[in-house]
Write a protein that binds this ligand. Structure first.
Ligand code: NAP
Length: 217
């Protein structure tokens, strides 16, 4: 098993890479900016240039692994108002087209709580939730086994017990990025998490003492 991480230079993506390394699972990181990758990723991690908006970069990159974790996200400053359309929707479409011809056996997509709510303030940024949901739907229809992880507000620090629920159940809450990273890796390994949408927040007042299988709704 080799896990390809797209968006691995991101704040959640680099924690996914760290979690895979902690579990000694082979990982390759697909990055759009190689110089940034060398700054933020641990030395020695395999890096390949791939941009989800440039389909020609994806086929060779996706041929190098068999599991895919997607933690990309549009940045208002870097990507502008069309960022969500180009990255969350078209980027997912491009990844799926490449994954169909590669040997990708499972894909984890980091999405967001509230993607089914059009009238949500986050949609003021380029309809970001709308385009994320459109991307999710492409994945659901793709035939590629998947887990969609929809986290609440992402926190840099903290702990607690992850709370997992089915689609369109949770509408508020937050979760540390380290816990999201762990859930993404657990989702690859646990067949009961496949072909599901999992909404994820954390309760900081509860101990982080349950195995993933017991967290599943
Ligand atoms: N912030 C929140 O509270 C929150 C809540 C729920 C869900 N989410 C979602 O969770 C996901 C992860 O969030 P985050 O805060 O960890 O993201 P982040 O730090 O902004 O990282 C985004 C990653 O996506 C990469 N990326 C962007 N465009 C790309 C492209 N065209 N090709 C390849 N890679 C590209 C970035 O690369 P560069 O490093 O080169 O820019 C970066 O590695 C996002 O989808 C976000 O919308 C966020």
């Amino acid at each position: 098993m080799t896990i390809l991480v797209v968006g691995g230079t991101g704040r959640t993506g680099r924690r996914i890479v760290a979690e895979l390394q902690r579990r000694e699972m082979p990982v390759r990181v697909l990055v759009r900016d190689e110089a940034l990758a060398h700054q933020v990723l641990p030395p020695g991690v395999a890096v390949q240039v791939a941009d989800v908006t440039r389909p020609e970069t994806l086929a060779p990159a996706l041929a190098e692994g068999d599991r895919l974790v997607v933690a990309t996200g549009a940045n208002p400053a870097k990507d502008g108002l069309f960022g969500p359309l180009r990255i969350d929707f078209e980027g997912t479409r491009n990844l799926l087209a490449a994954a169909q011809t590669a040997r990708i056996q499972h894909m984890v997509l980091v999405s967001s709580l509230c993607v089914s709510r059009l009238l949500h303030p986050l949609n003021l940024f380029g309809l970001v939730l709308y385009w994320k949901r459109r991307g999710e739907r492409l994945l659901e229809a793709s035939g590629i086994p998947y887990t969609i992880v929809r986290p609440g507000g992402l926190k840099e620090e903290g702990g607690g017990r992850p709370i997992l629920q089915n689609a369109d159940t949770l509408f508020e809450g937050s979760i540390p990025r380290t816990l999201v990273a762990r859930l993404c890796v657990d989702a690859i390994l646990e067949p009961r998490a496949h072909n599901r949408i999992l909404e994820a927040i954390a309760d900081p007042n509860l101990p982080d003492d349950l195995p993933f299988a017991e967290l599943l709704p």
